[in-house]
Ligand binder design. Sequence first.
Ligand code: DGY
Length: 319
Amino acid sequence: MTKPKIIVTRRWPREVEARLADEFNVTLNETDRPLGQAELREALLQADAVLPTVTDRLGADLFEGGVRAKMLGNFGVGFNHIDIAAARSAGLVVTNTPAVLTGATADLAMTLLLMCARRAGEGERELRSGGWTGWRPTHLCGAQVTGKTIGIIGMGRIGQAMAQRCHFGFGMDVVFFDRYPVADPGVPARQMATVEEVLAAADFVSLHCPGGGENHNLINRQRLACMKPSAFLINTARGDVVDEDALVEALDEGLLAGAGLDVFKAEPAVSGALTGRDDVVLLPHLGSATTETRIAMGMRVVDNLHAFFDGHRPPDAVN
Ligand code: DGY
């Protein structure tokens, strides 16, 4: 039997590439250079399945006139870079990689929260630049984390994992907003009726909702104005959930104390209005970046490919 033809758009962990090479007729991207739009279109025309990531924009125009590919196996849980409706109309099944990156992403959200609160980025920059003059009682004092209130926006798997870290690890109270009732969030927690109520109650707000659609600019000027001036905003979800210009203005006006961002509107470009500030911690989209997690994500895509080419609905189909 001929093996399905698969095109992978970026470099994947070695173990997963080896499995793909064994089990499929695969074209890997050894240079790791992101494909342009014309190359993505060509991949859809040439392969039975294309395996993209968040760095590939798969808009409706790429599916126009039909394609050979029947499946998009996205390496990642978020899929707002893919026009799902257009992919479906063109006959493609789209899959993602839920669950396997929950712990790593929540760990990274906690890292950002702690770095913001304890001014860890500022301290490291000061020390490395030779500016540290020694211990003193008033040096780089940050905000206490233990016992404060965490506000979670989006109480899915990652939101719940973050709530657990905050509650069980740091004795924090948990409030949250989710569009749907969440009967058992896994920690004692209060579901609030609006995003605004969570923003007003929390000392730290952590975003865990999907990007795109109704969540585009969810955290806008009006909502930022609901936050406590001493509070911090953490975003490991998607860059477009936060209006970055409004965030910079709000920080300038002291509407909140700081922010920890792992995702940005126009990645990999990050606005100079953010990189120039000391009250933000900025990371290069590292949420799921542990070796174990990235291997698990890749293996999950391969399992979905097998299900699909064996004639089943892939377990992680999103359309
Ligand atoms: C995810 O899994 O959504 C990561 O952000 C990479 O796309």
